[in-house]
Write a protein of this length. Sequence first.
Length: 451
Amino acid sequence: MATERNPDFFKGTDLKVGIIGCGYVGLPLGLRFAEAGQVVVGFDTDPTKVERLNRGQSYIGHIPDAKVQQHVSAKRFSATNDFAKLAGMDAIVICVPTPLDLRREPDLSYVEQTALAIQPHLQRTQLVVLESTTYPGTTEELVLPILEKSGLRCPVAHGPSAEQAAPDFFLAFSPEREDPGNKQFGLAQIPKIVGGVNPASGRAAVNLYERVVARVVPVSSTQAAEMTKLLENIFRCVNIALVNELKLLSLRMGIDIWEVIDAAATKPFGYMPFYPGPGLGGHCIPVDPFYLSWKAREYDFATRFIELAGEVNTAMPYHVVEAISGALNERKKALKGSRVLVLGAAYKKDVDDMRESPSLKIMQLLRDRGAQVEYNDPYIPKLRKLRHYDYQGMCSVELTPANLATYDCVVIATDHSNYDYPAIAESAQLVVDTRNATRRITAHRSKIVLC
């Protein structure tokens, strides 16, 4: 007999939770549910990931093998690529990528294919939650119609009479807020936003997430939850673009923008520091704002702040390459034929995450202009083929004084904490610093160019 679940059912301690997509978002979430006592099955189309997880191995740097092994051994966590097993889950959480295509328009193919994979196995009173960041309306306009092809219904209902809606299954949106490598705020401490297609769906999702996070914040609809996530990332995108533009101006004016930001940050109200860099990276900020600007066109609305911020941030890797070329030119060297070492392939310090990393764009631009490019990253020993770049077979080179001295230019693209910056500055012929990582170095300043 099929399990009958009402919203209060998801307050239980013995739920079966399916996580679709075992990457930087899905795997930590699945392990957190397992830690809270639920039985978790991770679904992924990559057989290598499935095999490694079932052996108790992690492929994400900040998640230790021991954490995976603990829950595998306790039979609280397993992985599979058999999507028929979705039928046995109480809740299904979708954590798949939502990238941009080559025209910088939303690519929802992963979400669509996942919904199509769920639909044949959808059971009455199951809860489905989309966590993948997307434009307002995706849950109701894309996911819901596909799931309803199962013959089950989840009526869209908001407002005073919405409580009368009696869904056959529950559907909600709850945006991920994963920040890889953040030691201050883990998944359990970060509040969770939840919006349901109808009140019953919202309550079911709230009850589910209350098992694993300290605070759940319900909103009135899936669209409100989807927009909340975009606002968070657009806020960062626009402010980073602002300081990136001010950095370019400050360089021309001979002003240290990092000193200015640190001084402004002493103001105890009305200001929050953001820092410039070589471009945007990660799974959210370089991508998510364009989801809203794309959707806005449907309403004849121009999101000018988003578009302008995107232009500024997209231009930063080009600025870095021009700065490298200029610094070499000052030393009577051409960029073409020069040996350039890029420090850091990850998009942020102290993680192994390369998604949308500006380092990859910088490396490609340098190659296009004839430079001989190599990289070092203590967290990424080998590069692989990605959506827009093919660095397959490229390996991190060893950082020794003798090795550093052989490069015409060393570029600090990611300011990993374990880099010995004084030693780098001493051994390198030229250092182009995009992160102000060398700010405390007093020796060899003539070799260092801030950009």
